[in-house]
Design a protein around this ligand. Sequence first.
Ligand code: NI
Length: 136
Amino acid sequence: MLKRFSISLESNLLKSFDQYIKAQSYNNRSEAIRDLIRKALVKQAWLSDSNVMGVITLVYDHHQHQLQDKVTELQHDHHHQIVSTTHVHMDHHNCLEVIIVRGKAQEVQELADRLIALRGVRDGNLAMSSTGKDLH
Ligand code: NI
């Protein structure tokens, strides 16, 4: 059930918001605000003790000494959090590893931080999602 409420904003902030809405191709302000609220609530869930799913992406040079072994070893240490791992050979040197993880937000964050911090990892990201069942 939809409920209505009104928001008061400074005109400059509203102008910027309308530009944002246009750039993001939202149909109207309500749609944009709903999305922003959901994002904020999902983010809050990450920071708490909630269960989340996440996708860790790593780009690294497999010629870097022992790096491949360390990436694999860390995942075995956290096997209960790893759902699946896909390894893509990007070119002669570089590998892309996409790791789907689940667990407590903080644990997932720590695992991602450790993987990304490995010497030789050129790029690393963690995207977390929750089911957001309370958010829809
Ligand atoms: Ni590879």
